[in-house]
Design a protein around this ligand. Structure first.
Ligand code: FES
Ligand SMILES: [Fe+2]
Length: 347
């Protein structure tokens, strides 16, 4: 657990908010991933955008500090500044801020006491699974996902380069959890166009997420690249609301590959897609083959997801046509309504 020290202020809408206000407030109550842990380091603070909110991240006092990317002296982004020891220095007039966000020095008037209100607007930040998570509200609605494999040193641990997709995060989630597209969109890698039928499957909806299992007759990927024989692979999906899916791909010989889909909602129509990956085989081998295959699979998905219209995910089930194979999708849309998201939900 790695929380910022100060109590964050109540969440207020960002200046240029692309969400309906009620949808933004509902999403602000959740933890969201914003970058990899390894993105933080050196002497430069990191600028990120979450739910249209511009944030600055840096390490100080042994933890990650997240705050609005704004020096309240004259409104300059702190991400233009630099880190010195445990403090971040604003590049415009040199104000310094400590690990708790409090201003510690005003160089132009060094003898004058610094008022307490001269403090960054910090928000909750936590580092877990090699990822930095941020919650923009005071009290997260639910804890971080329960993903023990990502902290298991006995597994091969990997991550994909982040990629900015021009899509809503919820459309991205539905694609990642969609079964009927596998035989079509992924026919160039593992998809089996000769067996496109999606048999009935059960979907379990819990207060914190959605679970389902499906056996797919996919083409094996020999040496991570060549298409091989058809074999039934067990896909186990566990979504943590609102956007974060753990997909375990279980092979008939007992090997497991797990993909953790981390679509960070930058705005209503932009998603910074991150992935953590684990495998319990080829432990001493390089990351590259797993990364390359996953990159190829995602490049097959991306043109479809970015072209979907409306960009917003329609929560009103009458607005799109649903088939039996869409059982996850219909449950997901209903669940988002239960979480307080509206009919024009666009995250
Ligand atoms: S704007 Fe940051 S020190 Fe003046
Ligand atoms: Fe896909």
């Amino acid at each position: 657990m790695n929380l910022t020290a100060t109590t964050p202020p109540p969440a207020t809408l960002p200046r240029k908010c692309s969400y309906a206000p009620a949808d933004w407030a509902a999403l602000a109550d959740f933890w969201h991933p914003v970058c990899y842990s390894s993105d933080l380091g050196g002497t430069k603070p990191l600028a990120v955008v979450l739910l249209d909110e511009e944030l600055v991240l840096y390490r100080a006092g042994g933890r990650v500090v997240a705050a609005k990317d704004l020096c309240i002296h004259r409104g300059v982004p702190l991400s233009l500044g630099w880190l010195e020891g445990e403090e971040v220095v604003c590049a415009y007039h040199g104000f310094r801020y400590g690990a708790d966000g409090q201003c510690t020095r005003i160089p132009a008037q060094p003898e004058t006491p610094i008022p307490r209100k001269l403090c960054l607007q910090t928000v909750l930040a936590e580092e877990r699974f090699g990822v930095v998570w941020v919650c923009l509200s005071r009290s997260p609605r639910q804890p971080l996902p329960d993903w023990p494999e990502l902290e298991d040193p006995g597994l091969k641990q990997m991550r994909m380069p982040a990629a900015l997709w021009k899509c809503s995060s919820a459309r991205h989630v539905e694609n990642f959890n969609d079964l009927a597209h596998l035989s079509w969109v992924h026919a160039g890698t593992f998809g089996n166009r000769d067996m496109p039928e999606v048999k009935n499957y059960d979907v379990e909806v819990a207060p914190t997420g959605i679970h389902f299992v499906f056996d797919y007759p996919r083409h094996s990927i020999e040496d991570y690249g060549r298409r091989g024989a058809v074999e039934f692979i067990r896909y186990t999906y566990d979504l943590t609301f609102p956007f974060y899916t753990r997909l375990r791909i279980g092979f008939p010989d007992g090997r497991n590959f797990v993909a953790y889909n981390l679509p960070s909602p930058r705005s209503a129509r932009e998603t910074n897609v991150m992935f953590r990956l684990t495998r319990d085989f080829d432990l001493e081998g390089p990351d590259d083959p797993s990364i390359a295959l996953q990159t190829q699979v995602l490049s097959e998905d991306r043109p479809f997801v970015e072209a979907q219209r409306p960009e917003e995910l329609p929560l009103d089930l009458s607005e799109e046509f649903h088939i039996r194979a869409d059982r996850f999708s219909t449950c997901y849309r209903k669940a988002l309504i239960d979480l307080g998201l509206g009919r024009d939900f666009s995250a």
